[in-house]
Design a protein around this ligand. Sequence first.
Ligand SMILES: [Fe+2]
Ligand SMILES: [Fe+2]
Length: 327
Amino acid sequence: MFVVDLDLTNRDTIAAARFALAPHRRSGAPCLFLLRDMSPRAQIQANALGAKLLLPVDTPHPVLLDRVGMLLGRIDPGSPAAAVQQRFIAASAGTADLLDAAGAGRALPVAAIGQSIEALNRAADGGNLGAWLDLVWQHDDATYQHCLLVSGLAAAFAQRLGFSEADRAQVAGAALLHDIGKARVPLDILRKEGPLDPGQQAVMRRHPEIGYELLVAQGGFTPLTLAAVLSHHELLDGSGYPHGIGGDQLPDLVRMITICDIYGALIERRPYKPAMAPEDAFGILVGMGDKLDMDLVRAFGEVVLGAATAGLGTLSDPRARKPVRAA
Ligand SMILES: [Fe+2]
Ligand SMILES: [Fe+2]
């Protein structure tokens, strides 16, 4: 374990810390940041450096020791959950590089994206989504939580559908990048607790197009990845945004990301709102009716609720309906 205490207002310090910590965070060492300043900016910097846990520097020693103990003792080494943890830390490090670059206006790091995708899909191989979610909740930053949550759900979904390795990479990558446009949304809107006013909502609703434009400008991303970034808030009945396009223009991969995104937003944990139970969140997906692809929703239920969804319908395998594939 590393305990880091830095001045995160100093750009040289941040650059030096990023360089020094990179090999360690890739090795799986959890990184605890003690912050003198718990401002959103400081927290974002710490997360971008790969922080696993953020605490104020004046945290009482008993609390500090307790939290460190949780970090170190939460999972038995050698257990299947420990393998998931290693994958999670690798995905988290790649995500840190990705969000850091997006926020700073630099080119998105292709190698870091690839590292995260590989970690997501290898974690999904084990079928231990619960262990992945437990780790997601340890991230204090909402953006990281959402990114790793939605991509973890999508990777598990693609694995469950029996996709090829190439299609699984495409699904996980699209999920990882789906909200990349939020990197350009002002922080006061992004981090607002409670409902946005109409003006703020209009700014927030631009994130799919901003993300799409960002990926197109950089180049090298697949048409399906671009479609997922641009259209993950579209709904099959045409009531979504930004363009109100309907199901005939929404490929299966986009439909999958939309389902993972809505479900993820419902079960996310925030200090200001209680987490929704998985069964309740899934019930909301089912209640959305013709807005979502119900064959895929049903298959998704098997991923997130397991056997609990067995009685929800007769079609347990969406591939019986038609070939479902990323491409
Ligand atoms: Fe979004
Ligand atoms: Fe999202």
